[in-house]
Design a protein around this ligand. Structure first.
Ligand SMILES: [Zn+2]
Length: 113
């Protein structure tokens, strides 16, 4: 028997949470440290969870929210653009649209990893 159990007990005592995910390498339960890192007690290493779960998606959720906000803004600005006749304002709107599109593109690139 490896020292995994002892290590797990120590992790729990230090305030780490046991997660429902298991280590992709060894199948041991993973722990979330107080620092937020996911840790495998058996492999003695950090684990990055890539599949969907309940721990990592916090960042994913924020990106979704941001993406939705950008898309909504793009939609409302498109309406604005079609009603606008003043060349100066048109240019302003077009520039804002450009910036939003660039943000959206960057965001989608981040999400693809
Ligand atoms: Zn492991």
């Amino acid at each position: 028997m490896s020292g995994g159990m002892k290590e797990m007990a120590e992790l729990l005592r230090s305030g780490a949470k046991m997660l429902s995910h298991s280590c992709p390498e060894c199948g041991s339960p993973l722990f979330q440290l107080k620092s937020g890192e996911i840790w495998c007690a058996k492999c003695q290493r950090r684990v990055v969870i890539v599949s969907e779960g309940e721990e990592a998606p916090e960042a994913g959720f924020q990106l979704d929210t941001l993406e939705q906000a950008i898309v909504n803004k793009l939609a409302s600005m498109t309406g604005l653009l079609s009603r606008e006749d003043d060349p100066g304002k048109l240019r302003e709107t077009a520039e804002a649209l450009n910036a939003l599109l660039a943000s959206l593109e960057r965001l989608r690139r981040i999400r693809k990893g």
